[in-house]
Design a protein around this ligand. Structure first.
Ligand code: ZN
Length: 181
């Protein structure tokens, strides 16, 4: 899947996940609000949706961070470990550890919530790439086999349909949740 589809996927997954998670965190003090925390979460999920393609030097992030993308690509190839649930868990655990260890109070809450957004974005990226012919190694490290759930082609008309459905679905979801009812 290409950059635009992943960003749309990140926003869609972020909006959905935020809707369910936001009510479980304490945002009643003056420094945080539902709108602020929701924005932080969705920003995190957009960032997360771009992270797995750091293994591709032609990708949006890869072009901007060649010092990282070139060695990562040489080491693991494209759609290797950066496209696995294992990497998702590792990044989220590391960031939550940083949050708990080095931050406190509101800072820790905001950073942890953004981390969950980043995790959501990475998950959306892995899921979307699993819908393509090439697939992703979902079961790594137990198996390196790339699993493909649908035979979509990157850059094809069907990818555009997926992006359109996600866009319309997300807009409908937001309108229905917050304005229409
Ligand atoms: Zn990818």
């Amino acid at each position: 899947m290409n950059f635009k589809t992943h960003v749309i996927g990140g926003i869609s997954a972020g909006v959905l996940a935020n809707e369910f998670l936001i009510h479980h965190i304490p945002v009643s003090n003056q420094e945080t609000s539902y709108l602020f925390m929701g924005t932080i979460f969705i920003a995190g999920s957009v960032i997360g949706s771009l992270i797995p393609d750091i293994d591709h030097r032609g990708s949006y992030l890869g072009r901007r961070a060649k010092l990282l993308s070139v060695p990562i690509h040489l080491l693991v190839g494209h759609r290797g470990i950066t496209h696995t649930p294992l990497m998702l868990m590792a990044i989220v655990s590391l960031l939550l550890f940083v949050s708990k260890t080095f931050l406190s109070g509101t800072d820790s809450l905001v950073f942890s919530y953004m981390t969950l957004g980043i995790g959501t974005g990475i998950a959306s990226h892995i899921f979307l790439d699993s819908l393509t012919k090439g697939g992703v190694p979902l079961l790594y490290p137990f198996s390196s086999k790339k699993i493909s759930l649908l035979p979509l082609k990157t850059g094809s008309f069907s990818e555009k349909i997926v992006a359109l459905v996600m866009s319309i679905g997300t807009i409908w979801f937001v309108l229905e949740k917050h304005w229409l009812l």
